[in-house]
Design a binder for this molecule. Structure first.
Ligand code: 16G
Ligand code: ZN
Length: 528
């Protein structure tokens, strides 16, 4: 490793002294102007990770739903999954090393992780539409090239598209072609095949309104539009030509404010959805005839998809197991519906996709969604093989069901939550089950809930257990929450330190909105 060259180039991406950042649930994320050194260093680190795993590694430059002025970076591991936890630590050490120590820290990492330096390295890079992203991805490339890594810069991509590219490249093209065209062709073919199975042709001019958060989702959906035009026409809003990224729009805005995005023209009973700023989350919604807004969040998406998959499994008569993974934010009604009505086992993990993803890998078919709309479906290798075999061997209705499962395997992006892929799965399920958006919404009724943010001197004094549903420290806080919860009906509340902002999050649900609000308020006073 040419540490002199590293030192020389690093000086061009000097770290502001004293700045400390943490590789959190979504990588590094902060104001874009503080990130140049982090990008350069993540380019270096990706080369080491690539050498160590003898695989292509991905780097995505994005800050998802954060304001336009922010940016961020995350590394994608060989199978398209999030970076391994031990390397998150390396990333944090490297990003925080003061300028003069950085080459030594880099060397330490390569020794600790037993990286064979002679190995070739290959890194693929994607970025979102933020004004700062292009320059920052150049800094990533500087890092990669100083260590003589090879790279391919995909330029503008959604986060899940980058995950897809990494996985395709590391599985010899078995998962699909590692190009945008390959991605569009794979998804659109599966979508058309799947929807062809609908018994009635239904709505010939099926259309969907999509709020693209003024982000990358708009560009990519435009590119894809003609591939799916025969089955679905999408009408794009907040496509980035006028508004600012994530400003008063996008999935995060809609979910947290429980209201429509600005810039969307909604008529009653029209199906609408919102992507977030890097198109890895999606939520649906509609206005009823009285003009009331109805949100259909990740929990209801998981319910729709898992009930569809369960019906197909029953049809083919195969005992593949299916499980749903949620977080503490899942609405209590959704958990009850899944367990009691659908008889599907439900598991709860800590917030953050990597935790849900990991748990979902334990099932033949693992469906995971965060309430905020980030999620996907995972099929075990054994389940995939079995389903493909059944699609060839079975006959009539059973064969049709197996074929549909096969199409879902191709349509869903198994590497990460993907707004475009999830949208196509949802649209296909609605067509196949002949459901309107209102009928979908009526599966169960969400319990009224409230989320609040509390600013405290040090959020790390709060630690939790039981998938973040119980407080361990400070002493007495859990007892105080328990006492408050007892005062309300159908109530539940928890607090946890945010992994992405310097705040503590409070969640409460109860039998009425008034009670949920009042419980959330009382709990936030107990935290303070
Ligand atoms: C990140 C996570 C998201 C999670 C959110 C929670 C990924 C890719 N993203 O955005 O899944 O819901 O953090 O944020 O893992 P919080 O810790 O601030 O509540
Ligand atoms: Zn996102």
């Amino acid at each position: 490793m040419d540490l002199d060259a590293v030192k020389e180039h690093s000086a061009l991406h000097a770290k502001p002294s004293g700045l400390v950042l943490q590789y959190g649930t979504a990588g590094f994320r902060t104001k874009a102007e503080h990130l140049d050194h982090v990008m350069f260093r993540m380019g270096l680190l990706a080369v080491l990770r690539s050498k160590q795993t003898k695989s292509t590694i991905g780097i995505m430059v994005t800050a998802s739903h954060n304001p336009e002025e922010d940016n961020g970076v995350k590394l994608v591991d060989p199978l398209g999954e999030m970076l391994a936890p031990s390397w998150e630590e390396h990333a944090t050490c490297l990003a925080n090393a003061e300028e003069q120590d950085m080459p030594r820290v880099l060397l330490d990492i390569s020794v600790k992780a037993a990286v064979s330096l002679q190995q070739d390295a290959f890194v693929v890079i994607g970025r979102d539409t933020r004004p700062s992203s292009e320059k920052l991805s150049q800094s990533v490339i500087d890092g990669v090239t100083v260590l003589k890594g090879q790279f391919h810069d995909y330029g503008l991509l959604t986060t899940p598209q980058l995950h897809y590219m990494v996985y395709c490249r590391n599985t010899g093209g078995q998962y699909g072609k590692a190009t945008l065209e390959g991605y569009y062709e794979k998804l659109s073919k599966a979508f058309m095949e799947l929807t062809k199975q609908a018994s009635c042709s239904g709505d010939e001019n099926r259309s969907l309104k999509v709020d693209c958060a003024n982000g990358i989702g708009a560009l990519k959906l435009r590119e894809m539009e003609h591939y799916i035009a025969q089955g679905l026409s999408v009408q794009l809003f907040n496509d980035g030509t006028k508004g600012k990224l994530n400003h008063l729009c996008g999935a995060d805005f809609v979910k947290s404010h429980q209201k429509p995005p600005h810039g969307m023209e909604m008529k009653s009973n029209e199906r609408c959805c919102s992507f977030d700023g890097d198109a890895d989350r999606i939520v649906y919604y509609y206005l009823d005839v009285d003009g009331h807004f109805h949100l259909i969040d990740g929990d209801k998406i998981a319910t729709l998809i898992s009930s569809f998959l369960k019906e197909l499994l029953l049809e083919i008569g195969e005992s593949l197991n299916i499980g749903v993974v949620q977080t503490a934010y899942a609405n209590g009604s959704s958990t009850r519906y899944l367990e009691e009505v659908m008889k599907v086992p439900v598991y709860c993990t800590k917030t953050g996709v990597k935790h849900l993803h990991h748990k979902a890998q334990e099932f033949d078919i693992g469906v995971y969604f965060e309430a905020n709309g980030h999620g996907t479906v995972l099929f075990s290798k054994a389940a995939e093989t079995k389903i493909k075999q059944l699609a060839r061997e079975l006959e009539d209705k059973k064969r049709k069901a197996a074929k549909m499962l096969e199409n879902v395997i191709d349509l869903i992006n198994q590497t990460a939550g993907d707004a475009v892929s999830d949208m196509l799965v949802i649209e296909a399920v609605l067509i196949l089950k002949g459901l309107t958006v209102q009928q979908w919404d009526a599966l169960y009724r969400d319990l009224p809930n409230r989320q609040l943010k509390v600013k405290v001197a040090d959020r790390q004094v709060i630690s939790t257990t039981d998938a973040e549903r119980q407080v361990v420290t400070p002493p007495g806080l859990q007892e105080a929450i328990n006492d408050l919860v007892k005062k309300y009906k159908l109530s539940r509340a928890f607090v946890r330190p945010s992994g992405t902002e310097d705040i503590v999050r409070v969640y409460a649900e109860a039998d009425s909105q008034e009670n949920a609000d009042s419980l959330a308020h009382a709990v936030s006073l107990a935290v303070f």
